[in-house]
Design a protein. Structure first.
Length: 150
């Protein structure tokens, strides 16, 4: 969600800010537009999909809706840094999509961040689902969830 702020009223702030959820996927700090997330839920039991693609971890029943849970590491340039067992901080991020019911597995949800919209431009042209941005001297991966559906 973009918020317009009058520069005269809020001196020093960018004219437009976007809310992003900061999470950890495969041991890496990742930002996801909050407008692309329907809800955050604790992991539920998964039903495996026999002979299904390896990026589909399984199906979960979330509020009576069958949702495919995917491993973003297997469909992006993110690499698994840690092979820890499932922690109590793991969550499913249920994504907004008009047709499909999809969630992504994250190792941890950290916080919401307000970021100047102008910073959300990919540093290079890419068809990948992930691109890097620099915020206050730190590099973050931004997950483009729209590209997960193509």
């Amino acid at each position: 969600m973009a918020i317009k702020v009058d520069k005269g009223v809020a001196a020093g702030m960018g004219s437009e800010q976007t809310d992003l959820l900061q999470a950890v996927i495969g041991g890496r700090e990742v930002l996801i537009l909050s407008s692309e997330i329907r809800e955050v839920v604790r992991p539920l039991p998964l039903t495996r999909v026999p002979m299904g693609p390896d990026h589909i971890l399984g199906l979960a029943n979330i509020h009576g809706q069958i949702v495919s849970v995917i491993d973003v590491v297997k469909v992006s340039s993110l690499s698994a840094v840690s092979s820890e067992s499932v922690s109590s901080r793991a969550r499913f991020l249920v994504l907004r999509h008009p047709v499909m019911h999809v969630a992504v597995w994250v190792d941890e949800v950290k916080r919401l961040r307000k970021v100047e919209t102008r910073l959300l431009k990919p540093t290079k042209s890419s068809s990948d689902t992930v691109y890097d941005i620099d915020i206050d001297g730190s590099t973050f991966a931004v997950l483009d969830t729209g590209k997960l559906f193509h």
